[in-house]
Write a protein of this length. Structure first.
Length: 183
């Protein structure tokens, strides 16, 4: 694998979040040549408002988000499911990353979504909604990079099958050839 940077958006703000821990595991176990950077500070970004999205008023936290994701080669969301959809903090990050329209920080970037949640559905709906929103924001959603895992049935932080599926998701995201996929 060539040198690749993956920006990770964690959908949970909770300090003891399983999904945050999964993101940290992915960073610690990244394949050679791959840097997994967790984007911190999503909780400090104000809700998207076009009135403050201009060079003179853009909040520093939103500008930092755009810069970090814009300089990454790939984007990965690691998220639970809240009330049958993606958490507001993740939706807000994607809103900021989608602007300016057609030229946002995620445009053309391979994007995947993984995560765990303590429901029987494993975050399936949140992951579908996140992928759809990222696609609308211009990202190239890599369909083979979806790991929805129920945290009820196994310890997702130690289960070898879950960890292998997550590692495979990262490899698939890194190996995705955007040019070939567009052809």
């Amino acid at each position: 694998m060539t040198d690749t940077t993956i920006a990770v958006l964690v959908g949970s703000l909770r300090s003891d979040s399983v999904n945050r821990k999964l993101a940290e595991l992915l960073a610690a176990r990244a394949p050679e040549g791959v840097t997994v950077e967790i984007v911190d500070g999503l909780g400090q970004i104000p809700f998207y408002n076009e009135d403050i999205d201009n060079p003179s008023d853009i909040p520093a936290s939103a500008a930092a988000l755009r810069e970090q994701v814009g300089s990454a080669d790939r984007v990965l969301a690691v998220t639970p499911e809240y009330n049958g959809t993606m958490p507001a903090v993740l939706n807000n990050a994607i809103d900021w990353l989608s602007r300016p329209y057609g030229a946002g920080a995620m445009v053309g970037k391979p994007f995947g979504v993984v995560g765990a949640t303590p429901t029987p559905y494993g975050g399936k709906w949140a992951h579908e909604d996140t992928a759809r929103s990222a696609r609308i924001a211009g990202a190239t959603v890599v369909e083979d990079v979806t790991v929805s895992q129920s945290a009820v049935d196994v310890d997702v932080l130690t289960d070898p099958d879950v960890l292998e599926r997550l590692a495979r998701a990262v490899r698939t995201l890194v190996e995705h050839d955007t040019a070939a996929a567009a052809a």
